[in-house]
Design a protein. Structure first.
Length: 59
């Protein structure tokens, strides 16, 4: 957690990745588990090797 945010990256077989950033949310994410997330994609930020989704919410 950095400055009140928690981030994680989706693991895929593609070279172009997706990361999700949570704002001020108590997230107890574990590798290998499934999660349902909601995010407003207009806030997505293109990055050199993927996309960063801001303000993700774990349902």
């Amino acid at each position: 957690m950095i400055n009140g945010t928690t981030s994680f990256a989706f693991e895929t077989s593609d070279t172009y990745g997706v990361s999700c950033e949570f704002q001020n949310q108590n997230t107890d994410l574990k590798v290998g588990k499934s999660y349902k997330l909601i995010v407003e994609t207009y806030q997505a930020e293109r990055q050199p090797r993927g996309v960063l989704l801001h303000n993700c919410i774990n349902l």
